[in-house]
Every structure is written in C-alpha cells, then in structure tokens.
Write a protein that binds this ligand. Structure first.
Ligand code: C2E
Ligand code: CA
Ligand code: CA
Length: 757
C-alpha cells in the first residue's frame, strides 16, 4: 500500500513538471533518436521540382519571368503528372503578358494545380497577419492550399497544419491536399522525420523547363515546385536534418500523411503505466534487482511507444514516464542503502548479534514489561582463554540457549559482557524464567572440544523507562556485587513494591466481594480409571486486571500476612463444595494447598480445625498439600502441627517433591500419606531417561514408606501410559483435565466418557 502511495505522489509531481513543459527538450532529443532508429525511405509518390542553384544560374534575372513557370507546368502536364503544387509566391502581379501566359498554362493543364496561400506579417514591426493569396487571374483555374509553416517556440518545425483560414475561407494545407486528407482548420500533425529526406526524388527546375528529363518518371506522380537554392531563403530548422528548404518540409509532411496521419498521444497514459512500474520497483529487495527492473520497464516503455508509433501512428511523450521509472529506482536504492546502513548500525560487530540499538527499537515497537540483562560473570577470563574467533561463537551459542528459556525473544549483545532481551511477562514469570535459565546454564558450553562454564547474573528493569537497558545492566552489576543471582533495578523496585502493596489492599476486598474463586483440578486414579480426588486451586478474578494466576499473588499474600485469610477462604469453599457433591452421591477427596509458614500459626490451625469440626463429610476426604521448603524452618513446631492435623484425620501430601532438599529422614519424620512428584520431572519422564529413573525410583521409595504417589504436570498420553507402567497411583495434569469450576467437575465425574484413562 505504501509503495503505491509513494509511486502516486512521485507520479503527481512529475505530472506537474510535465505540465510546465519542462520535459519537452529531452522529449525532442529522444524523438530524434527515435527517427534515426526507425528511418525509412519516402514512398516516391511526391516529386520535388527544385528551383536550385543551377536553375538560378541558367535563368539569371530574378524574379523569374512567369513564362518559366508556364513552361514547366506544360512540360509536367504533358508527362502525365497527377497534380502539381506550387510553393512559390504569386501574390503580386508581374509582367502582364507573362502573367497571362501562366494563367493560360494553368487553365490548359489536365492535372489539378494548387497555388499557395499563406499568412504574413503586415510589416516588419507589426504583429498583425495578412492573408496572402495568388493574384486573381491565376486563381481562376486552380485550387488553393496553405503553405504556412508554424515553428515550435524553440524555432524548430515539427508539425504541419491540416488546414488554415485565409481570406475568411478555410483551406486545406498543401500536404493535406496532396495526401487526400480533409483539412481540418486548427489541427496539425507531427511530421515524421524518420522519412529519409534524401530519398524524395528531386529534379532541377531548369531541366524540366528544357524538357531535359524522362517523362515516364512523372506519370501519376504529385509534384511540388519550390525553391531550394540557399540564395532564395525559405529555409527552416527541423529535427534530424538541420536547416532544409520549405518545399522539402512540405514534401516530408505530405509523405507523412500518405503513410497514415499521425496523432500526438498524451504523456499522461505512459505516466500512469509508469506509476504501476514504479510501485513494482519500490518492492525490489536488492540493488541489482531494482536496477534490472528499472531497465526492463524503461525498455518496455520505449518498445511500447515505438509500437504505438508504427502500428497506430500515435506519438506518445514518454520522458515523464521514463523519469518516473528512473527516479523510483534511484529512490529505491537510496532506501535500500539507508536500510542497509541502519541494519549495520543495529548489529554487534564482533558477533553479528543485534545490539542495544536493535533492542531499543524492539522495545519501542513491542512495548514489553521488562528488560532482562544477563551478565557474563567471567567474561574477562573467557576473553583471555578463547581465541578471537571462538569468543563470538561462544556468545552466539549462549544467545541460542538464552532464547530457549527467554521464550524466543530477541536476545541482543548490549555491551561486551552483557546480553539482554525484553519480555512481556510479569515479574513473577520473569523470576521463573530466570530460575529455569540458571538450571539450563548448569551444563557447560562446548567450543572446539573444550567445555566452558558460563555463570550468569541477571538484572531486570522496567521496560517503560527510557534507560531500561542501562538500568537492567546496572541491576545485573549490583546483583553480582551483592552475590545475588538476580536483582530488580533499584528505582523500579520501590515502584513494584508500591504496586504490590496496593494489589494486596485489593485482595481483602476481593475476598469479601466474591472475586476470589476456587477451581478444582482432578487427580486421576490410575488403578480404577476414576476421578476420586481433586486439588483446590485459587483464582483471583481481579475487577481490572482480569484472571490472575496464583503465582502472581500467593507469595505476596504470604509476605503481607494475608495468606491465612486466603487459605481459610479456600478451605471453607472446598468443604462447602464437597458437601454439595455428597448430596449428589459423589465422594470426592479434595486437597488444599497450605503454605509452610501457616503451620506455625496458632490462629490458622484453630480456625482450620473449627471448620473441620463442622464438616458434614468424612474428614478423611480432606488433604493438605505442603511444599517441602526451607521454610519449614521451625521444624519442630511444624511437625507438631502436621501431626495434630494427621491425628484429626486429615491426610498430608508433600507437594513439589524433588525440587527441595528432602532427605529420607525428612520423609520419615513427617506424618505423610502422599507424595506429589513435581511436574518438572514428570513432564518429560516418558522421553528423558534421567527423569524416568527419578520418577520410577521415587514411586518405589514412596510405596516402601507406605505413601501414595501423585504425578503432576501430565501433559500427554505417552506420559500417562508411562506412569501406569511404573505403578504410580494418581496422575494430575492438563492431559487429564485443566483446573475447572465445581459444576464442571461434577459433570466430568458423572460422565465416564470424558475421563482420559
Ligand atoms: P501447585 O500446587 O504445584 O499446583 C499445580 C499447578 O500446576 C497449578 O497452577 C496447575 O494449574 C498447574 N498445572 C496443572 N496441570 C498442569 C500441566 O499439565 N502442565 C502445567 N504446565 N501446569 C499444570 P496454578 O493453579 O497456577 O497454581 C500455581 C501454584 O499456586 C500452585 O502450585 C500452588 O503452589 C499455588 N496455589 C494455588 N492455589 C493455592 C492456594 O489455595 N493456597 C496456597 N497456599 N497456594 C496455592
Ligand atoms: Ca499443590
Ligand atoms: Ca505441585
């Protein structure tokens, strides 16, 4: 679309220039070249009898006595010419006897004879034109044709009128008369100077008068009589030939008309076509391509114009069109050059990776949330041990690896030791990505058989800030100094904190107003193929921000002391839903996630137990999922709480097993009834041998400890099949079902066809 617009604007400005006639000189030169290219002989129908130097010399006295003209008319008529035209001024009387003799010769001739009329300035100074006619006695037996020639403003004769008005009467031009064309007054036609002027048969006047010629040459021909001797003036500047006699101009004009009357075509039509071509040229991907397209279109334009000249006698002006084609190619090249330059500006020289300028441009375009910078902690060492060729290779490999975890973002080298990218993710997701990146970086990068550890420290900054890239780098440096794995840029931290504080303020309100909901994700019993248990997962349907995932607010709720109210809410809801299911005859166990820090909270335990006391379904249906974490800090107190709950009949599950640092003694000390293997091990267990081994041995271990095993994060059928073969008890994951509202769960459990088993 943009290309077509540029082509149109360009075409319009060229059209404007064409309207002022600016292209005419070039057009004229191009046309001369065209004449040269398509030169052709005259038809031979028009003969010129020239009053040449030889005749002047023979006749001596000037003006000639009109008896000479009478003699020539008689000779030509006797030779059987078809018509005779004079380009000789007969407008004033001469010797009466001679005038009479000519009048008689004219009246006796069989061939029609045309005498000239023309317009002439009244006097040297006057602008008024006078119509010049032959004297009356000569007019009687003849026709009259106009021989007026109108040069272009530059003095060159390029066209001939078809007819003019002289003495109030419209008359055809001499050439129109001979070519048998209707002479339309005011219209003119271009003279075709491709016709070879030298091929028009010419005869000396004096030879004809003396009868010194072969009459057969003239039979049926049209003869023009006029002056060619330099002394007699009557000469005009024309294209291709320079200055030639008026009678030759008349002969060429007549020959032009005989071949078919040419018309001037417009310049607009070719320009319109060229605008289309220009749009195509603007799409050229390379320099060479644009030049080739330009050449192709220019040749096409010239060929088309030549074709219309030969086939339709239509003469188009193509210089505006050619100008458009050439200009658009030039513009395209400038644009390509600029693009190339910009591209080179956006590349890191050493590695060819995009640089900070590229990242900045990307940020401006994509409006991401954060910029992440990864700093190579040991860049100086790497630089010292790696060759100049190997360092870029390492950086590119590292970039590829970062792209994997950074969700295919544009990873740029913003500084020697800094790789950076931007991300649309929220901060809690960025944190997760960085965790998996660190895991990914545990395996070294191999260059030429050598393996290099590339430890990274990350910095994160708010992408909306102008200096986001520098801020992220700054944060990475700060993290490195502080011995942290990553840091949020200082200035962004307080802002982020503010946002979180206000978000937490809204949580209380949402809990009251019913914007917090509980979803259930089924756990499939792999032995029976039935759904007998679910996990309650909290959702915050935020009035402005939409559905928020728990990871974005659970940690906040924990820090801000709201996790107790939230968990009690979930527990209450889970119990209420289990009671509803029970009235439908469904006995479904439900797991509630309990943060480790709640285990040391007296009030939480009391409130939870109060709810459990009031439960109308067996307490054995309730399960608490606790994550193994360093937060079981007050170890004794936590164990005490768990034992209290266990004693009350509540089942306890160890969540996210495998991600923490649980030891066998740890497992034995906790009053567990279930183990949930973390999804990071389960997801690829059917394809990764290491994961498979881990999952298989965990199942065995758990069974030996008398625990049931749940595998979470089951995303495909192959994974589910693998879990069955290793005797795992339950499977949970998107392949079985996504978390859903309570009613949907009822529908699923009561319709066995919907369970993937
Ligand atoms: P979790 O306890 O490990 O819960 C499982 C999470 O994995 C859920 O995310 C669930 O939607 C997701 N998941 C289930 N199947 C698949 C799968 O096949 N593939 C993948 N990639 N993910 C799967 P969700 O609901 O976003 O919960 C995230 C975390 O938030 C939970 O992890 C849990 O630690 C916490 N959470 C959720 N609800 C509560 C709650 O009521 N109280 C507390 N304290 N924490 C909760
Ligand atoms: Ca859980
Ligand atoms: Ca889990």
């Amino acid at each position: 679309m943009a290309r077509i617009c540029i082509a149109c604007v360009l075409a319009l400005s060229i059209a404007f220039a064409a309207g002022t006639g600016a292209f005419q000189p070039v057009e004229n030169s191009l046309r001369v070249a065209g004449f040269e290219f398509s030169k052709k002989p005259a038809s031979g129908q028009i003969h010129v009898v020239e009053m040449d130097a030889a005749s002047l010399e023979a006749i001596q006295q000037w003006p000639w006595s009109r008896t000479h003209y009478a003699a020539v008319v008689a000779q030509l008529d006797a030779a059987g010419v078809r018509s005779i035209g004079f380009d000789v001024d007969f407008s004033s009387a001469s010797n009466a006897a001679a005038d009479k003799e000519l009048a008689e010769a004219l009246s006796q001739a069989n061939a029609p004879i045309v005498l000239p009329t023309f317009a002439q300035s009244e006097s040297f100074r006057s602008e008024r034109m006078l119509d010049v006619l032959p004297i009356a006695p000569l007019r009687e037996h003849t026709q009259m044709g106009s021989v007026s020639i109108v040069p272009d403003p530059d003095g060159f004769v390029r066209r001939m009128p078809l007819g003019t008005i002289t003495s109030g009467t419209p008359r055809p031009s001499l050439s129109a008369y001979f070519a048998g064309k209707a002479g339309i007054v005011g219209e003119s036609f271009p003279i075709d100077f491709a016709i070879d002027a030298g091929s028009v048969p010419r005869h000396s006047f004096i030879d004809i008068e003396r009868g010194d010629f072969n009459p057969a040459q003239f039979r049926g021909k049209d003869v023009l009589i006029g002056a060619t001797a330099v002394e007699m003036g009557d000469r005009y500047a024309v294209p291709r030939y320079g200055v030639i006699p008026g009678v030759i101009v008349q002969a060429l004009a007549t020959e032009t008309l005989i071949a078919g009357q040419p018309v001037y075509g417009s310049w607009e039509l070719p320009l319109l076509l060229a605008a289309l071509f220009a749009a195509v040229i603007f799409g050229s991907p390379t320099y060479l391509n644009s030049v080739l397209r330009m050449a192709g279109f220019a040749v096409t334009m010239v060929a088309l114009s030549h074709y219309s000249y030969t086939a339709f006698h239509t003469w188009f002006d193509i210089v505006p069109a050619l100008t458009l084609i050439i200009t658009s190619a030039i513009m395209r090249n400038v644009l390509l050059g600029r693009r190339q330059y910009l591209k080179s500006q956006r590349r890191d020289r050493e590695t060819g990776l995009p640089n900070a300028i590229a990242l900045r441009a990307h940020i401006d375009r994509a409006h991401p949330e954060y910029v992440v910078a990864a700093m190579l902690d040991e860049f100086d060492t790497l630089k010292a041990v790696l060759s100049a060729e190997d360092l870029p290779v390492l950086l590119r490999r590292l970039t590829d690896r970062l792209k994997l975890a950074a969700d295919k973002q544009l990873v740029c080298r913003t500084d020697d030791r800094m790789l950076a990218w931007s991300t649309p993710s929220q901060l809690f997701e960025v944190e997760e990505q960085l965790a998996s990146l660190r895991a990914l970086m545990l395996s070294p990068i191999e260059i030429g058989g050598r393996r290099f550890d590339v430890p990274l420290t990350f910095g994160v900054a708010d992408a909306r800030h102008d200096r986001a890239i520098a801020n992220a780098a700054h944060a990475a440096n700060a993290a490195h100094r502080a011995g942290d794995k990553w840091q949020l840029h200082e200035a962004d931290r307080s802002q982020h904190l503010e946002q979180q504080v206000s978000l937490m303020g809204e949580l209380d309100e949402s809990l009251r107003d019913g914007h917090v909901k509980v979803y259930y994700q089924p756990k499939l019993d792999l032995k029976s193929g039935q759904i007998t248990k679910t996990e309650a997962l909290v959702r915050w349907d935020h009035p402005q921000k939409g559905m928020l995932p728990p990871d974005s607010f659970i940690p906040l709720a924990e820090e801000s002391g709201r996790i107790e109210d939230l968990t009690i809410f979930v527990l209450q809801q889970a119990i209420a839903d289990m009671e509803i299911w029970a009235t439908k005859g469904m006995s479904i166990g439900t797991a509630v996630n309990v943060s480790a820090r709640l285990l040391t909270s007296r009030s939480f335990v009391d409130r939870a137990l109060a709810l459990i006391d009031a439960m109308k379904v067996p307490v054995e249906q309730l399960l608490f999922e606790v994550t193994e974490s360093a937060e079981l800090a007050d170890w004794d107190a936590s164990i005490e709480t768990l034992q209290k709950l266990r004693a009350r009949g509540i089942a306890i599950s160890m969540d996210d097993y495998g991600t923490g640092q649980s030891t066998l003694s740890y497992l034995k000390a906790l009053p567990l009834s279930e183990l949930k293997i973390d999804r990071s091990f389960v997801q690829h267990a059917h394809i990764d041998r290491g994961d498979a081994m881990l999952v298989r041995s965990t199942v065995q271990l758990a069974h030996e400890l008398g625990l049931k095993v749940v595998a979470e994060g089951v995303e495909d059928a192959e994974c589910l099949a693998f879990l069955k073969t290793i005797d795992c008890d339950y499977a949970q994951g998107y392949f079985v079902a996504r978390p859903m509202v309570a009613n949907e769960l009822v529908a699923m459990v009561t319709d066995p066809a919907r369970i993937a088993a």
